[in-house]
Design a binder for this molecule. Structure first.
Ligand code: HDE
Length: 756
């Protein structure tokens, strides 16, 4: 029996027992065989304990834990105790003066239990509150050795990592697929200390100077009086700010593009945004920009899908990441760098490298791969790991240094500061998820939540009482030594460089680099968001910004808003497109893609079984959808139903297959059982919910395969059988090759009015 079944048995035994005699700590005597409970899905083995994250310490600093004691499941001990280790005989009833009498103040267990519960929450992150994370491994290729001495980037060095993805604006409980920037923060537990690469899925930022961060965040967060809307920019204060403050234009354009609604965390690029300075073993320096390239390609949702998902599965991205890892479809990225000579001007081909609203096109500075990231382990405890992880752009290792990007400077202050409030004191580095894997020998002492028991008497330097220890290191013994960058003579000013004043040529490059269908999506996004604003002046200013990017973009949005399109107020920049910015027109691996297989009870179950196997063999995830839960068919070959017509929605699937039900024609659509009024089993493949699923999948450009008479269901759903990406075959497996090929392009782009 699996551990899950054994555990279930123990609980059943305990519930049926008389409470006498602890058997392995669970009161009760062995009960009868537990009744077999039908599982809608295959049960999962619990995750193994993590080598570097032990369970809560259940010992005092003076007693040492035994091997078995450490790292075990928190709830598995023999006896329930108080926080102080006293065994409890009851945790379900308050201490009362008689069963109907008043509760007594002397109930110390009640007070401890409620006190702890009352303080379970910590403040959510002021930005990036909503997130999900996973553990993994980073392996260096050694290709960066000529530009950096960072040990973790050397060839074949494996470094444990923890990556947290997030949205920016929403609260902790907000929906995943809102239109927003996504955080992509990576903690590398290197042998030389922690390195945090705290990036986003958009390579540019709203502002050029950290001092404006409170302004952009106050404008984009919900209105302070009503606290609406949640987790989105489609409201007046956001558009008021970004249209008055045009350095935000480039970032906003990325937000309004498909990048604002990623299909999955697994299909997002990541960017360090700022220019960093790498330092080699001889002290030579190179300026770089970091890029994460997803193995599965960069893919997005269409806007309608994103909106539906926010209702039907607000945890869509979180679930997708967790499920992919559990299924063994480990998300993967390559880390790459664009390199630039470290000249005093800090520009490349006329692009100011200190301006975080700029990209450098990959066509003129190719991204060179330097390592591989694989996420292969889910967190065991969301709060302990995902909530308490504390990133900081100032967590650097020898070989990686910063530049004078004024946005980065502010971040170096902000990320430590915020943890003092969020994690209640300066010792957050001792929280298991934040602990470095390098030996720590600091002289930081005391403070809230100090969990170390430091020995010795001399936490100061120089000292003689602790033998003068510890000693400082030199660069040759692994110390972090700042690059002695020359600072040009200057006056103290509150100013930006002149080159920071061009707010439109980079957005224009982005627009010109988009395919027709991506442009159509951008037009739709601006029309939606500005259409949600109440203030006429804000809409008009929004159109003025668009006119300065591109007249066609401006005209199309103006049409949608019913307003005149203004003339540009700046000359349109003469820029070359960067084809690497477009997501369309490439072919990608299809691993981990989700294929819904609709099957009725009378359908071709052999065919469903065969296609399910073929989907699995292709590294994709088949989900069988049937009218109700349980099994389809009998005996060994019975198929587990993973989604019912009630729980399935098109947005979960990248492609849909439908197994026909022989003998049922289009006119049976929506047929109901005469008695119950419910869709009858025989007509199940023609259920209105299936019709909705198919029509949505069609509208969202998803590949659809049908066999053995299922054309009738397509017909009933209004899906033309000869439309692009609709594959009719003799069997499910016969359609799969074409379906997989279509999935490689992500969507059937021809189905959108603008095509690809
Ligand atoms: Fe952040 N940012 N940020 N940010 N940021 C935070 O730190 C801040 C910026 C980013 O998963 C906060 O621990 C300032 C750029 C990510 O835990 C806070 C400025 C980029 C995350 C903070 C920026 C980011 C944060 C909130 C302007 C992309 C989530 C909680 C100078 C390169 C990390 C926390 C996680 C989180 C401040 C700008 C990315 C308040 C002042 C640019 C991915 O410290």
């Amino acid at each position: 029996a699996s551990p899950i079944k054994k555990a279930a048995q123990k609980v059943t035994d305990a519930l049926q027992g008389d409470g006498a005699g602890p058997a392995e700590g669970i009161p009760g005597k062995p009960g009868p065989e537990s009744p077999s409970v039908a599982e809608p899905t295959e049960p999962r083995e619990p995750l193994p304990p993590k080598p570097d994250q032990s369970g809560p310490d259940t010992y005092s600093p003076t007693g040492q834990p035994t091997g078995a004691e450490r790292g075990r499941t928190a709830q598995a001990g023999s006896y329930l105790t108080t926080a102080q280790g006293a065994r409890l005989y009851d945790t379900d009833h308050s201490l009362k003066a008689g069963p109907r009498g008043p509760v007594l103040l002397q109930d110390h267990h009640l007070r401890e239990k409620i006190m702890h519960f009352d303080h379970e929450r910590i403040p959510e992150r002021v930005v990036h509150a909503r997130g999900a994370a996973a553990h993994g491994v980073f392996t260096g290729y050694g290709t960066a050795a000529s530009v950096t001495k960072a040990a973790f980037l050397a060839k074949d060095v494996e470094t444990p990592v923890f990556v947290r993805f997030s949205t920016v604006l929403g609260s902790r409980g907000s929906a995943d697929t809102v239109r927003d920037t996504r955080g992509f923060a990576t903690k590398f537990y290197t042998s030389e200390g922690v390195f945090d690469l705290v990036g986003n899925n958009i390579p540019v930022f709203f502002i050029q100077d950290a001092i404006k961060f409170p302004d952009i965040v106050h404008a984009a967060k919900p209105h302070p009086d009503r606290e609406i809307p949640q987790a989105q920019t489609a409201h007046d204060t956001h558009w008021d700010f970004v249209t008055l403050h045009t350095e935000a234009t480039h970032h906003v354009l990325w937000n309004m593009s498909d990048r604002g609604v990623p299909r999955s965390f697994r299909t997002m690029e990541g960017f360090g945004v700022h220019t960093f300075r790498l330092v080699d073993a001889e002290g030579g320096t190179t300026l770089v920009k970091f890029h994460w390239k997803p193995k599965l390609g960069v893919h997005s949702l269409v806007w309608e899908e994103a909106q539906i998902i926010n209702g039907v599965d607000p945890d869509f991205h979180r679930r997708d990441l967790y499920d992919a890892i559990e299924a063994g479809a480990y998300p993967e990225w390559e880390l790459g760098i664009q390199t630039f000579p470290d000249t005093p001007e800090q520009t490349f081909e006329g692009i100011d490298l200190l301006d975080p609203t700029n990209i450098v096109p990959e066509e003129i500075a190719p991204v060179q791969p330097i390592g591989r990231l694989v996420l292969d382990r889910n967190p065991s405890n969301f709060f302990a790991e995902v909530e308490q992880v504390a990133f900081h752009p100032g967590h650097l290792v020898p070989g990686i240094d910063i530049t004078d990007d004024p946005l980065l400077a502010g971040r170096l202050f902000s990320y430590l500061d915020t943890q003092i409030t969020r994690l209640a004191g300066p010792n957050f580095g001792q929280i298991p998820i934040n602990r470095t894997h390098a030996p720590v020998n600091d002289m930081l002492r005391d403070g809230f939540h100090q969990t170390a028991v430091h020995r010795g008497v001399a936490p100061y330097r120089p000292n003689s009482l602790d033998g003068g220890c510890p000693f400082t290191a030199g660069a040759d013994t692994g110390a972090y030594v700042e690059t002695p960058v020359r600072i040009p003579e200057a006056k103290k000013v509150r100013e930006a460089p002149e080159t920071f004043a061009d707010h439109f040529s980079q957005p224009r490059r982005f627009w010109l680099s988009m395919s027709p269908v991506e442009r159509e999506h951008i037009i739709g996004a601006y029309t939606f968001e500005l259409g949600k604003c109440y203030e006429q002046a804000v809409k008009e200013r929004g159109l003025q910004v668009l006119a300065n990017i591109d007249p066609e973009l401006c005209e199309e949005v103006a049409k949608g808003l019913g307003l005149p399109a203004p003339e540009p107020t700046v000359p349109l920049a003469d820029v070359e497109p960067s084809p690497a910015l477009s997501q369309v027109g490439h072919t990608w691996p299809t691993e981990g893609r989700v294929i819904g297989i609709i099957a009725g009870p009378d359908g071709d179950l052999d065919g469903v079984r065969a296609v399910r196997e073929a989907v699995l063999a292709g590294g994709m995830v088949p989900l069988v959808i049937a009218p109700s839960g349980g099994k389809l068919g009998n005996g060994n070959g019975a198929l587990t139903v993973q989604r019912t017509y009630a729980t399935a929605r098109s947005v979960e699937f990248d492609a849909v297959l439908i197994a026909g039900t022989p003998g049922v024609g289009a006119d049976a659509y929506g047929a109901r059982d005469a008695k119950s009024g419910l869709p009858s089993a025989r007509q199940a493949t023609h259920d209105p919910r299936v019709g909705l699923l198919l029509s949505e999948a069609f509208r969202h450009g998803k590949a659809i395969g049908a066999w053995k008479g299922a054309e009738a269901a397509l017909d009933a759903a209004g899906v033309p059988v000869d439309a692009p990406g609709v594959i009719i075959g003799d069997s499910g497996t016969a359609t799969l090759e074409q379906i997989t090929r279509l999935l490689g392009a992500h969507r059937v782009w021809e189905r959108f009015p603008a095509g690809a």
